[in-house]
Ligand binder design. Structure first.
Ligand code: NIG
Ligand code: FE
Length: 411
């Protein structure tokens, strides 16, 4: 078989753990066909039979090739902004008090409900381009600012349309259990009934949700309410994930693990028992340093304990208008190192291999291995640790998503 394309002329950070640090191949080559990786190894071992007259040659130019980066937790589709709330919080009011006083998630809900699907697509497009400019080839996008049947589906359709319009792999997550909307004020269980009986089945039958998420917190939903949503999701064959233990230890990590969640996210207050439960259930810990920094948190997640128990750690932007107006996954990697003390290698695994696992896509993306999608990024760096080192300075040389190649970066 002749390859459609070949990358050589530099290092390959495959992120395959069996290959050692960064899964590195110093002078490597990668061949692709039909949007998949068909060969990877040392350049000197590249079979001549793979090269044909139609094969396109990409030069790594003494830099490094990595898997396409994966932002596995975003709320990218929303209207309006919360810069006034940001200012108020810097003036002393807490994230929780902002939520209770009608700012918070419900103010974004009002703006998002008022926007049409086309408007949401237009507003979120530049945000997606900004992520893509960091070498992000897969983005998870949650609903959760509609909080009604029609508005949640509108958000999910907008997310799907964004992926198609920008050539990025998008995974959608239904987050109807994000806050109690005004129609159900004081009746959270009735809203959970509405999610379980109406919103979830409609999203599932329209094929609009790849997963289901919920916000477990005293300002959001209780473990019993989350469990009802998760049981309904799993009955429909949808995997689950959870916003857990962000502002206090609510036993969220163990709750997520008890439902075999793909991931539990935030986790600043997760207890040792929660870590052990996640390890047993192979639930990925998604760390969100942008939210930690923005809400002014002071207790970092239990990274040493995740490490000791082999809980895979992913890193994501949590891009959203309230707790994390962050649209750079490279910056999230840097923050994960500086604020949470991840190593640069852990940060890169966190936006590749472990982020893929957090989306249930470990066999599809996140490593450079035969059979995986040809999502590849060339970086002008001397070592892959530089991806986590630079702060707002690194621009990919080229980005390949499956069959599409973007040699001019989108910045
Ligand atoms: O991941 N924690 C809940 N949800 C979002 C924030 C939502 C918002 O404040 O608009 C988060 O931090
Ligand atoms: Fe979030």
């Amino acid at each position: 078989m002749q390859a459609d394309a070949i990358w050589q002329g530099g290092g390959i950070a495959t992120m395959v753990p069996e290959l050692g640090r960064y899964g590195a191949i110093e002078d490597g080559a990668v061949a692709t066909g039909n949007g998949r990786i068909v060969w990877v190894g040392r350049r000197t071992d590249l079979p001549a039979a793979l090269i044909g007259p139609a094969t396109i040659h990409h030069d790594i130019d003494r830099g490094w090739l990595t898997p396409g980066l994966i932002d596995c937790h975003t709320h990218l589709v929303f209207a309006g902004d919360r810069s006034a709330e940001f200012e108020a919080r810097l003036g002393g009011i807490s994230y929780q008090d902002a939520a209770k006083s009608g700012r918070g998630i419900l103010s974004t809900m009002a703006a998002t409900r008022a926007a049409t699907e086309a408007e949401l697509i237009a507003i979120a497009g530049p945000r997606l381009q900004r992520l893509l400019a960091d070498g992000v080839t897969t983005v998870e996008i949650k609903s959760g600012y509609g909080l009604s049947l029609s508005d949640e589906l509108k958000m999910l359709r907008a997310a799907r349309a964004l992926g198609a319009a920008h050539g990025v792999r998008v995974r959608t997550t239904l987050l109807a259990a994000h806050a109690v909307p005004p129609e159900f004020a004081g009746r959270p269980d009735a809203y959970i009934d509405h999610i379980v009986n109406e919103i979830l089945p409609a999203a599932a039958s329209a094929g609009l949700a790849d997963a289901v998420d919920a916000f477990a917190e005293t300002i959001a939903f209780s473990p019993a309410q989350v469990s009802r949503v998760f049981n309904a999701a799993r009955a429909l064959g949808l995997p689950v994930k959870l916003h857990a233990d962000q502002l206090a230890d609510g036993n969220g990590a163990a709750l997520a693990a008890s439902h075999h969640a793909l991931s539990a996210d935030h986790l600043e207050y997760t207890s040792p028992a929660g870590v052990r439960a996640m390890a047993a259930a192979a639930t990925v810990a998604v760390l969100l340093p942008g939210a930690y920094a923005t809400v002014g948190a002071t207790q970092p997640p239990p990274v040493a304990s995740f490490r000791a128990h082999n809980v895979p750690m992913a890193v994501a932007t949590d891009a959203n208008p309230g707790s994390s107006p962050l649209l750079s996954l490279l910056t999230a990697m840097n923050l994960a190192c500086c604020l949470f003390r991840l190593t640069p290698e852990e940060a890169l695994a966190g936006v590749t291999r472990h982020a893929a696992a957090a989306l249930g896509l470990a066999d599809e993306i996140g490593t450079i291995a035969v059979g995986r999608a040809a999502d590849l990024v060339v970086w002008p760096v001397n070592h892959p640790r530089e991806l986590a080192y630079w702060m707002g300075a690194l621009v990919p040389t080229s980005i390949n998503i499956s069959n599409q190649n973007y040699t001019a970066p989108h910045r």
